[in-house]
Write a protein that binds this ligand. Structure first.
Ligand SMILES: *Cc1c(COP(=O)(O)O)cnc(C)c1O
Length: 381
């Protein structure tokens, strides 16, 4: 068998070795250090924010964002039903509940029309609170997940958040550097969360970041992620804290990766362009589309496979590609179907099930060679 072409792997080619060596040489390997500070500064800049707080992964970033936003147990956070499960888990960590909204068929993001309909028809104001009439829980926030590197329609979403007085938190785990009307994802919400897991566009090995313009929230996040220690020397803690700190070694890798982000995004776009050109003529494949005003970073290039026309379904294609040494993956099981979320309200689910059945993500690493790309394209053909 030829060499395996993986779905999405980190590419280490910049200052990673130099910065990590610096950590090792100086002994600054643990939970504080200059690289953490520099990485935070650079991420605040990238997102156009006043504050950035590094943490241990994207899931903990979401946990902290929900917590400092003041969302309480038994309140609800509206989110798309098509996403990696981390934001729904994070909601449950604080005792809050996800509400799942269907996705639209064109760009596979949360359907803003359905979101609007949910807020308008299924919620009502009771004592100044917006209450979901099915669950009797208060709706507090909208989580905008920019899925697969493509931005959500933020104008519409922010309009709804203002109309209903809801907080907006962005999940930018898959879309670092993506733009919506020339504005960076991560710059829109009250808070925004990034992930630097190994399969993301840039990585720290593992890591996360929360950005915001709110000084109080930023200070509280730093406090909570560092065990809520309230005295520099004495072991005094003024609330329940978390050990969610990013280490200096992780930040050293992340900073070096961030230096290459622009180049990586150019490469991601190039890969998407090549897939577009070669796959568009294949009957039974639908290719990912970019919405007007959106600038996707094409984190993963995902196609839809129509079995009736293509001749096999997405899972059969995945198996055939595996035989040819090519890794591909389905999208996430719609969250409303999963056991841990069976008690959550889901609104007008219709589109997502077909997407789940038909979607297949193709190799999208930034170091994918022209030769490997052709191997994937030929195998699909
Ligand atoms: C990867 C991912 C996360 C979680 O990030 P981790 O760093 O793996 O904890 C959260 N949300 C989305 C949409 C993701 O893709």
């Amino acid at each position: 068998m030829k060499d395996l072409i993986p779905l999405s792997v980190p590419v280490i080619k910049g200052n990673e070795w130099k910065y990590v060596k610096d950590c090792l040489d100086t002994g600054w390997v643990s939970s504080v250090g200059a690289y953490v500070d520099r990485f935070e500064e650079q991420m605040a800049k990238l997102a156009g924010r006043k504050y950035a707080i590094a943490c241990v992964n994207g899931t903990s970033a979401l946990h902290m964002a929900f917590l400092v936003a003041g969302i309480k147990a038994d309140e609800e956070i509206v989110m798309p039903t098509l996403t990696f499960a981390a934001p729904a888990f994070a909601a449950r960590y604080i005792g809050a509940w996800p509400v799942f909204i269907d996705v639209e068929p064109d760009h596979w993001q949360m359907d803003i029309n359905k979101l609007s309909e949910f807020l308008e028809k299924e919620c009502r104001y009771t004592g100044g609170r917006l209450v979901n009439r099915h669950t009797k829980r208060t709706v507090r926030a909208i989580l905008a997940v920019h899925v697969l590197g493509h931005p959500v329609d933020m104008d519409e979403l922010l309009g709804l958040s203002r109309k209903y007085g809801l907080l907006v938190i962005e999940d930018v785990a898959e879309s670092i550097g993506a733009k919506y009307h020339q504005q960076s994802t991560g710059s829109f919400g009250d808070l925004a969360c990034f992930s630097f897991n190994g399969n993301k566009v840039i990585t720290c090995g593992g890591g996360g970041m929360i950005v915001t313009d709110d000084k109080k929230m930023a200070q509280r996040i730093k406090h909570l992620t560092t065990q809520a220690k309230s005295d520099p020397i004495e072991y005094l803690h003024d609330e329940i804290g978390f050990n969610y700190r990013m280490t200096n070694v992780q930040a050293a890798i992340g900073l070096a990766q961030l230096e290459n982000l622009d180049e990586y995004i150019v490469l991601k776009k190039k890969i998407a362009g090549i897939y577009d050109r070669h796959l568009k003529k294949i009957k039974g494949l639908s290719l990912p589309q970019q919405a007007p005003g959106a600038e996707s970073i094409w984190w993963l290039y995902t196609v839809l496979v129509d079995k009736a026309v293509f001749g096999k379904d997405s899972r059969a294609l995945m198996k055939s590609l595996a035989v040819a040494g090519i890794q591909s993956r389905p999208l996430w099981c719609p969250l409303y179907k999963l056991a841990p979320f069976k008690d959550c309200y889901a609104f007008k689910i219709a589109v997502v099930d077909r997407l789940y059945e038909q979607a297949l993500s193709l190799p999208s690493s930034v170091n994918l060679s022209a030769e490997d790309l052709q191997r994937v394209i030929k195998a699909i053909k």
